[in-house]
Design a protein around this ligand. Structure first.
Ligand code: NAP
Length: 484
């Protein structure tokens, strides 16, 4: 059964430049989280299909590495323009499979397409070095070459951007790839693959395998001795097991994992600006973002003003199916995710937290959860250590700056932190003291294709975007020039 609202989108595997069914013809259903209906059936790739995809990527690698950088850049530029031109169509697909409102899908498309443009420009900026050896006897030359065939595994929360952040630098660098999108949201990636094919990506350079037998199909690819790199965005738990698997081939590995972002509001902060920042840091993507503010750590002097203003704004957001007008809060991606968010709120309330707004699962179909603000949250509540991945803002208080930084760092994660203060010296102390890969100072969003995105600690390693992003797909070769 295919939903009539769903624009045309490929549903087959894309391997070696051909669209084909899974071996054996199996499919799986992609559902609309707003009502639980089936949108469409998609090919359920098998181990054989995974093998065919890595075979195709390996076969295409030598010729692809020789394609001039400008030509690779032009393919990305063309894809960027198509994605922007057809943004409305893609936004509908994304909202239907993932649940977020159309405005959020449009924002992701703007962000995700920008990686195609950014790396179209970076493709022609790869260079090496030349120097005289310290003893003057030889010359030292370094050059950059593509890492080789890559496996890219992406999550459901930003089904376009988490793909383009990997695919675009790999294309720019001259790597071939096998891409495995999340089972809950494969349609956006299949749509993008078609656009990249039409933009001139040669056969075998990009291969997309959708599957619900994920571990079974991915592990042989990871253990294939011809694979050179694994790049993964997803949960820390899965990331850990993939790092273990990648040890066998000593792969180049990038891990963009979970977060538990602190959002610090100091006594001297502009509270209205902090509330605006909090709305972005919490409500972007309905809170289903690795960068979502997970713990609001607010100075006691401004906690009351901050929480009441935040609750007023969060409580006013319209909830509903993402395709409806003015909706700001769509359903969460699946029932399990909605239940997890509800359980975290119930746990905090049982331990003494106060619900200022939200806190109740609404009646009716779809996996909705209302924007929720909790105050008086004890540190023993699970929300202080677990990634929420939903529209819930737990507020903790502090009175001493050093305590605030300690609380912020008291987590296994280290992806991003946000801090609001108008004091310059305090700002420097705070951003230097936070154990995260990224800090938003007086701003509630850090994601930017021109900046290096990534974490430390259990949030992973490697950087995506910025000048660093393409380096993840390049090896440095040193040539010693002797006989002078
Ligand atoms: P997930 O369960 O770890 O899944 C991510 C991807 O890994 C999916 O494609 C999934 O496939 C695949 N996968 C699952 N088990 C696997 C296995 N055994 N072998 C190989 N692949 C496997 O994470 P998620 O729930 O989709 O995404 C949410 C998580 O991603 C959150 O923790 C969030 O913080 C994190 N995230 C991090 C960043 C960042 O840049 N740091 C950005 C966005 C999201 P299936 O869908 O088929 O299970």
């Amino acid at each position: 059964m295919t939903s009539s609202a769903l624009p045309d989108v490929p549903t087959q595997l894309f391997i070696g430049g051909s669209w084909r069914d899974a071996t054996g013809g199996a499919t799986f259903a992609v559902e609309n989280p707003a009502d639980g209906s089936t949108l469409v059936e998609v090919a359920n790739g098998t181990v054989e299909d995974g093998k065919a995809a890595i075979d195709a990527a390996v076969a295409a690698q030598p010729d692809w590495a020789k394609v001039p950088p400008r030509d690779r850049g032009e393919i990305l530029r063309s894809a960027f323009e198509t994605v922007v031109d057809r943004a409305d169509e893609l936004a509908t697909i994304m909202t239907l499979e993932m649940g977020k409102p159309l405005s959020e899908s449009q924002a992701e498309i703007t962000y995700g397409a920008e990686f195609l443009r950014w790396f179209s420009e970076e493709a022609v900026r790869v260079s090496g070095r030349y120097s005289v050896a310290p003893n003057g006897a030889t010359r030292l030359l370094t050059l950059k070459q593509p890492v080789g065939p890559c496996l890219m595994i992406t999550p459901w929360n930003f089904p376009l951007a988490m793909g383009t952040r990997k695919i675009a630098p790999a294309i720019a660098a001259g790597c071939t790839m096998v891409v495995k999108p999340a089972g809950l949201t494969p349609l956006t990636m299949l749509w993008l693959a078609k656009v990249l094919e039409e933009s001139g990506v040669p056969e075998g350079v990009l291969n997309v395998v959708t599957t619900r037998s994920t571990g079974e199909v991915m592990e042989p690819i990871i253990r294939d001795p011809r694979l050179r790199k694994l790049t993964f965005t997803g949960s820390t738990e899965v990331g850990r097991s993939l790092v273990e698997q990648s040890a066998e081939g000593l792969l180049r590995v990038s891990m963009e994992l979970g977060g538990n972002a602190p959002f610090l509001v100091f006594a001297d902060a502009d509270v209205d600006a902090a509330v605006e920042g909090a709305m972005l840091a919490k409500m972007r993507n309905i809170g289903e973002a690795c960068t979502a503010a997970n713990r609001f750590i607010v100075h006691a002097d401004v906690a009351e003003e901050f929480s009441s203003k935040l609750a007023e704004k969060m409580g006013a957001l319209k909830i509903g199916p993402g395709l409806e007008d003015d909706v700001k809060v769509g359903p969460l991606v699946e029932e399990k995710q909605r239940d997890k968010v509800a359980e975290l709120v119930d746990d905090a309330v049982e331990k003494g937290a106060t619900v200022v707004t939200g806190g109740q699962v609404p009646d009716g179909p779809g996996w909705f959860y209302p924007p929720t603000v909790l105050t008086d949250v004890p540190l023993s509540a699970k929300v202080s250590t677990e990634e929420i991945f939903g529209p819930v803002a737990p507020i903790f208080t502090f009175t001493d700056d050093d305590d605030a930084i300690r609380m912020a760092n008291d987590t296994e994660y280290g992806l991003v932190a946000y801090a609001f203060t108008t004091d310059y010296a305090r700002a420097v102390k705070v951003y230097e003291g936070l154990e995260t890969g990224m800090v938003g100072m007086n701003q509630g969003i850090v994601s930017n294709p021109a900046a290096p995105f990534g974490g430390v600690k259990a949030s992973g390693f490697g950087r995506e975007g910025g000048a660093e992003g393409i380096e993840e797909y390049l090896e440095t070769k040193y040539v010693g020039l002797g006989g002078l």
